[in-house]
Every structure is written in C-alpha cells, then in structure tokens.
Write a protein that binds this ligand. Structure first.
Ligand SMILES: CC(C)(COP(=O)(O)OP(=O)(O)OC[C@H]1O[C@@H](n2cnc3c(N)ncnc32)[C@H](O)[C@@H]1OP(=O)(O)O)[C@@H](O)C(=O)NCCC(=O)NCCS
Length: 397
C-alpha cells in the first residue's frame, strides 16, 4: 500500500528524530531536540507515513535561508535537510515521492532555487540537483610554516568569549556572505544553536575558542590527544582579517597540526606562506548542490563578468520546469525570457545548477556530455559564468 505524505506539526519532532536518527544511525537526546527546536519549521517537513498506523517511514525537511548568487544578490532559498527513509522500506520510491511533493511545493510558492548537501553523491542528480560547490579539507603542519614577510594581516585579533562572539560575529558573517557565492545566511537562531557548543558534540576536543577581528571571525577546538587545532569557522570580509586570523591559527604553539574542512579551493592561504605546499589538501568533496526551480529568476539573479547572449534549451525530466530561454547578461544585470528559437546550448536542469554557480567549467561539463554546444559558445559560457570567488556555503545544514 502507498505511503501517505503529510506536513509535520510541532508535536511530530520527537517521532521525526527517531525516524531520522534510525536512518542515519544516530540516537538524538532530549537535549538535542530542545536545542534544535528553534530551527525546526514544522510546515517545512514532509512525512511519508504508514497508511495503517501513521508510523513515519520517510522524512524530507528544509531550512529557510538566503543564498548569495555570483555578483552579490541574495536569493531566498530552502536548504533541504533531514532526508531519510526507514531502513525497512528503502528502494520503493518513498524518497522520490517526498522529493516530488517537496519540490513542486517550492516551485508553487515561487522559490527560484533550492540547495542541499548530500550524504552520498549518487542520490540527487535524478531530482534535478547539480554540484554547485566543492568542499576541501586542508592540513597544515604549523611548525613548518613561515608567513611571507609582506603577507597581509598583522595583528588586530582578540580572543573573546562565546557571549562576545555571539554579539559581534553575525555582522562580520553578513559582510563575508555578501562577498561569497553560495554562502547561506545565518540568522539569530542559527548563531544561538551553533554557539551552544554542547560537550557531547565536541568529538573528544575542547569547547570552542573564538577569535575576533574588526572584519573577521574564527573559531576552533583543540584536540589534545593528537596536538591538533580543528578550525570550525573562518570568515573574513577583508584580506587583512583573513591573514590575521590565519596567522593566529597557525601560531598556536604546542599544536602540531591545524585542520580545516571548509577551506575553499581558491583560498589565498597558501600564497601567504613562503612554502605554498604546506597547505596540504587531504580531502575534497562536492559541497553544495543546487536545484533550479525557476530558470528565468535564477539566471537574472546573478551578474556576469562579461557580456553573454545565449539561448539555452533546458530539460527537466523530474519536474518539467525546463524550456527554451534566452539569456542576455553582463556585469550590470541580466534579462532572461522564454523564447522559441534555435538553442545554442542543450543541458539538463541539474547541469544548469552546476553551471550557474561558476565553479565547474562549461568545457569540462561538455567533455562529460552534460552540455551540448559549439566550442565558441562554451568559451562564452566559461567567461560569463565564472564566479569572482569559489562557492562556499559556510554553514552545515
Ligand atoms: C537515500 C535514501 C533517503 C533513499 O530513499 P529511498 O526511499 O530508498 O529512495 P527511492 O526508492 O525513492 O529511490 C529513488 C531513486 O534513487 C536511487 N537511490 C536511492 N538511494 C540512493 C543512494 N544512496 N545512492 C544512489 N542511488 C540511490 C534509487 O535507486 C532510485 O533510483 P531510480 O530513479 O533509478 O529508480 C535512503 O536510502 C536513506 O535514508 N539513506 C540514509 C540516510 C541518507 O543518506 N539520507 C540522505 C541525506 S542527504
């Protein structure tokens, strides 16, 4: 018998946590639920339930964010989260039904774009998501590091307590987010939640230490067992703040290693050092995924470093939100409209989600047969879609 899909209400949270916890192999505590409750928007959670007894078999929720588009505009979005299906009921189409209902709902409410980070890379392409970012883990053997004599960022950093970080860091984060494509907003609820810093979520490390600069913020934990500083957050709205924060982090005497699992591929850190190789990439994954729901609105929301004029044939096998669109854009703005014309570019909507954030090149996607276009058009796309910075969402969700 087919499962019933309904919207959650506030009282569902404990049952959602049991269902989702089983899906991910976790046991959430009462404290975890109390901490999460302010972020829980019940109407944003769809539940697939057993028709007989109402037991929850599948969950798909979302958080309300704004995301920065290349060029700096902020677009309202939903960050899909808490997605799971009961181990006993997998591969029967429950996720597919949840995804269809959830994303049709997004489109009906006029949302242009949704986002997620994926537990596994093979799940979401079929639902129209494309890889929009990259997530890099770096390790630095800090005793081997020398900063270049003229590298930016001398001083201006203070160690502060969580209360002061709570007051000052959000404003810095907003300025950093405005400069960073793919950055998702952190409202007060998120800051409250992230700074709770519960001991059972520290994975054997210390509580958070907070570094504040007039234009930057960083937090880290110390893992004494292996003399490692684990950087949790680094946001800088200026190069001076970026350099000053990293000088402080890499100056932590007694530590052997400093690690960060969200260091953008284009982070200038290696170039602040005499030996760039000391910033060692130890892991790389597909950070942010994007699902275009309104092609016109998404293409108009970003800016293009050079003029572009192309006709895109976008197919959307999952939700049928594609079509043929003419995009004319440049540094000052963009106009996109549905047209009946001969397309220059053929691609699926997931690939458009990848392309629009500018991290992956059109030439690369064409070599994988994800884009069909003449070489001259690929050149135009690569020049126009390039982002000013690497995508970084900045908050795990
Ligand atoms: C991922 C998960 C939600 C899938 O749920 P499900 O109900 O089994 O998925 P469906 O039966 O609706 O599958 C829909 C399609 O996705 C595919 N699929 C599902 N899970 C997949 C996975 N982990 N990897 C690759 N493909 C997957 C199915 O094969 C099916 O493919 P098709 O379109 O070719 O028929 C479920 O396996 C789960 O709860 N996993 C653990 C928690 C998790 O990783 N959640 C995702 C968080 S981002």
């Amino acid at each position: 018998m087919k499962t019933l899909i309904r919207r959650a209400v506030a009282e569902d949270l404990p049952a959602i946590a049991v269902a989702d916890g089983r899906g991910f192999g976790l046991h959430y505590s009462e404290q975890d639920l109390d901490d999460f409750r302010p972020l829980f928007e019940p109407e944003r959670y769809l539940l697939a339930c057993e028709p007989d007894d109402g037991v929850i078999l599948g969950v798909a929720g979302s958080f309300s964010f704004e995301v920065t588009m290349p060029g700096g505009a902020a677009l309202p979005t939903q960050g899909v989260t808490w997605v799971s299906v009961a181990t006993t009921h997998r591969r029967r189409g429950i996720l597919r039904d949840l995804m269809r209902e959830q994303h049709q709902g997004f489109a009906e409410e006029g949302l242009a774009l949704s986002l997620l980070t994926a537990s596994e890379g093979g799940i979401y392409g079929r639902f129209g998501y494309g890889q929009a970012g990259r997530s890099r883990t770096v390790q630095v053997q800090r005793r081997l590091v020398r900063f270049r004599r003229d590298a930016p960022g001398l001083g201006g950093v203070r160690l502060v307590d969580a209360a002061e970080a709570r007051v000052r860091a959000p404003e810095v984060h907003r300025r950093w987010a405005a400069l960073t494509p793919g950055a998702v907003s952190r409202d007060d609820r998120w800051w409250d939640c992230l700074l709770l810093d519960r001991p059972d979520h520290r994975d054997g490390a210390t509580g958070l230490f907070h570094l504040l600069h007039a234009d930057g913020y960083a937090s880290y934990r110390i893992h004494h067992a292996d003399s490692t500083c684990r950087v949790v957050d680094v946001f800088a709205a200026t190069d001076e703040a970026h350099g000053a924060l990293w000088r402080t982090l890499l100056g932590l005497d007694l530590m052997d290693t400093v690690t960060s699992d969200s260091c953008p591929v284009d982070d200038p850190l290696p170039f602040l050092l005499e030996d760039t190789r000391q910033v060692r990439t130890s892991g790389m994954a597909d950070g942010l995924w994007a699902r275009v729901l309104d092609v016109t609105a998404v293409l108009e929301a970003r800016r293009y470093p050079v003029e572009i004029d192309v006709v895109l044939d976008v197919t959307d096998p999952f939700l049928d939100l594609g079509g043929c669109f003419r995009l004319r854009g440049g540094p000052d703005g963009a106009h996109c409209e549905r047209v009946t014309a001969t397309p220059d570019v053929h691609l699926e909507i997931g690939t458009l989600g990848t392309l629009v954030f500018g991290v992956h090149r059109a030439h690369t996607l064409a070599r994988a047969k994800l884009i069909g276009a003449e070489p001259s058009v690929l050149g135009q796309l690569d020049a126009a879609m390039a982002g000013e910075r690497e995508v970084r969402h900045g908050t795990s969700f």
